[in-house]
Design a protein around this ligand. Structure first.
Ligand code: PEP
Length: 245
């Protein structure tokens, strides 16, 4: 089963109209790699200017609300980000789980809403350092997948991202064997949930991916790409990861 690699950036709460210029170099690198997919999730306020500036690049949101509209001050729906020009959204990111106390059930509802509105979804999972130290990483990831993956998911719209929380923004990464082990477990769990469709679902690794470690991580078994935070903010740091895929 061949799955196209996906290199996805997550700008988090960074960026401005001025820094959208970084997307020009990223889009050029993406054009030079027609064999892979490249995407960047920007803050809500930058979706339309980013999608307008680099129409060839897949621009996405970092979150959506599960409801289509209503009394949810400060929130943004899947329909809204779609209308703004997003082609995908991240859901269940560990920073939202930590900062906004989001659960895997919330991630399920958001993924379902996003799909209903025609967005592709990058659904995040991953254990904390304490959970890994306690030998519970595999069970935690399995439980997150079980609760958050919509039953109608297919690889046409769903991508899973394994992001150990302790590796995000820390410069630390699991061993390649540990990454391969979790990805294998994640794929087996997907198969148990959605059957043969699991074979098409991409599983990204995320957590301190850089130009230096990308080639090794991206050639690890069952790693179908990367979700990249800090190193996606500039073309100088993100393009080497695209080139390494
Ligand atoms: C992320 O936030 O999804 C991420 C992987 O961040 P970083 O690459 O900075 O560790």
């Amino acid at each position: 089963m061949t799955r196209r690699k996906l290199i996805a950036g997550n700008w988090k709460m960074n960026g401005s109209l001025a820094t959208l210029a970084e997307l020009d170099g990223i889009a050029a690198a993406a054009k030079a790699r027609p064999d892979i997919d490249v995407a960047v999730a920007v803050p809500f306020t930058l979706i339309t200017p980013a999608a307008t500036r680099v129409p060839s690049l897949s621009i996405g949101a970092q979150d959506v609300h599960a409801a289509d509209s209503g009394a949810h001050t400060g929130c943004v729906s899947a329909a809204m980000v779609r209308e703004a020009g997003a082609r995908f959204t991240i859901v269940g990111h560990s920073e939202r789980r930590a900062d906004q106390h989001e659960t895997s059930q919330d991630a399920w509802a958001k993924a379902t809403a996003a799909h209903r509105h025609g967005l592709n979804v990058i659904l995040c999972c991953g254990e904390t350092e304490a959970e890994r130290d306690a030998g519970r990483a595999e069970r935690v990831v399995q439980a997150q997948i079980e609760k958050s993956v919509p039953e109608n998911a297919t690889g046409d719209w769903l991508t899973l991202a394994y992001e150990p929380r302790w590796a995000i923004g820390t410069g630390r990464t699991p061993t390649l064997d540990d990454i391969a082990a979790i990805h294998a477990i994640a794929r087996a769990k997907l198969r148990a949930l959605i059957g043969d469709a699991a074979a098409q679902v991409r599983i990204l690794y995320g957590g301190s991916v850089t130009g230096d470690n990308a080639a090794a991580i991206l050639s690890t078994a069952d790693v179908d790409g990367a979700l990249v935070g800090g190193a996606s903010l500039t073309a100088a740091k993100f393009v080497p990861i695209i080139e390494a895929a």
